[in-house]
Design a protein around this ligand. Structure first.
Ligand SMILES: Nc1ncnc2c1ncn2[C@@H]1O[C@H](COP(=O)(O)OP(=O)(O)OP(=O)(O)O)[C@@H](O)[C@H]1O
Length: 259
C-alpha cells in the first residue's frame, strides 16, 4: 500500500431516522493530511454524516473503509467493539462544539490530556505530566493551570483544552463539529488560527462540519455542500466558494457576503 492510498473511503452512506431522511447516498474519499469541510444550512444532514463517518451512528445503507496504521483497509462496520474504541481513543480525535461533551469536566486539565496518553500505553507519571504541560502550552494554556478543572476555564480555553486532549495522541484523522461555534468573534479568530497551524504542523486529516463558510475557507482544501441530506456540490474550497455552480451554493455564499 503506498502513501497515495486513501485514508478513508465512504460509499453510498445513507441514514434514516424512522421515515425522516438524515442523509442519503454520500460518497467521499479522504487522503492523509487533507481537510474536508462539510457545509450546508441547519438540518441539511451535516451532523448525521459526521456521526456516520465517526461510527457514532449506524448507516441504514453504505460502507466506510479506513486505512489502519498497519496499512490495511478495513470495513469499519466489521471492527470489533474493542478495535473501534481503540481507533476512537488513539488514531482519531473528535472536537465537539460543546467542549463539555468532549472533556471530562471534573478532571484536571492535565488529567484530560494525560488520560488519552494512558490509553495509548503511557505509564510514567512524570512523562505524562511533562507531555501534558507541553500540549497545554501548544494550545496557549498557562502551565500553572494544569491542576484546574475545565469548569474554571473560559469557553475559548475549554475548546483549546479539548483540542490538546484530542491531538496529544497524534491522531491521523480528526472530526470537528462546529469547533468555533458559539464563541465570541475575537475568540473564534484566535482559535481558528490555532487549529489551522496545528493541523498543518501535524499533517492531520480533518473532516469539519461548519455552517460558517469563512471557517471552511480558512481551514479546508475541499468542500462538500449539503442540502436536504444530499451532497449537491463539491470540489476545491476556493473554486466552489469563488465560483459556485449550484444556485443553492450561490445563495449560501452570497448570504455570507451580505452578513
Ligand atoms: N436523532 C434524530 N431523530 C430524528 N431525526 C433526526 C435526528 N437527528 C437528525 N434528524 C433529522 O435529520 C435531518 C438532518 O439533521 P442533521 O442534524 O444531520 O443536520 P445538520 O446539517 O447537522 O443541522 P444543524 O446544523 O442544525 O446541526 C434533519 O431533518 C433532522 O431533523
Amino acid at each position: 500500500m503506498t502513501d497515495d492510498a486513501p485514508l478513508l473511503v465512504a460509499e453510498g452512506l445513507t441514514r434514516y431516522y424512522g421515515a425522516r431522511l438524515g442523509c442519503r447516498d454520500v460518497s467521499l474519499t479522504l487522503h492523509a493530511g487533507e481537510v474536508l469541510a462539510i457545509v450546508g444550512e441547519s438540518g441539511s444532514g451535516k451532523s448525521t454524516l459526521l456521526g456516520l463517518l465517526s461510527t457514532e451512528l449506524e448507516p441504514s445503507a453504505g460502507a466506510i473503509h479506513y486505512r489502519m496504521r498497519d496499512g490495511e483497509m478495513r470495513d469499519l462496520s466489521a471492527l470489533t467493539e474493542g478495535e473501534r474504541r481503540l481507533l476512537l481513543r488513539t488514531d482519531w480525535g473528535f472536537v465537539r462544539q460543546h467542549a463539555e461533551k468532549g472533556l471530562r469536566m471534573a478532571v484536571s486539565a492535565g488529567g484530560n490530556v494525560g488520560e488519552r496518553l494512558m490509553a495509548v500505553g503511557w505509564r510514567n507519571y512524570a512523562g505524562i505530566r511533562n507531555e501534558a504541560i507541553d500540549w497545554l502550552s501548544r494550545v496557549e494554556i498557562q502551565p500553572d493551570r494544569i491542576d484546574d478543572d475545565p469548569r474554571a476555564f473560559s469557553g475559548g480555553m475549554r475548546q483549546r483544552l479539548q483540542i490538546a486532549r484530542n491531538l496529544v495522541t497524534k491522531p491521523r484523522l480528526v472530526f470537528m463539529d462546529e469547533p468555533t461555534g458559539g464563541l465570541d468573534v475575537s475568540v473564534q479568530a484566535r482559535l481558528l488560527d490555532l487549529i489551522r497551524s496545528l493541523v498543518a504542523d501535524l499533517g492531520l486529516a480533518v473532516i469539519i462540519v461548519t455552517h460558517d463558510l469563512a471557517v471552511a475557507r480558512l481551514l479546508s482544501h475541499r468542500i462538500m455542500v449539503m442540502k436536504e441530506g444530499r451532497v449537491i456540490e463539491e470540489g476545491l474550497t476556493d473554486q466552489v466558494l469563488d465560483d459556485p455552480r449550484e444556485p443553492y451554493t450561490q445563495l449560501l455564499v452570497s448570504s455570507v457576503l451580505a452578513a
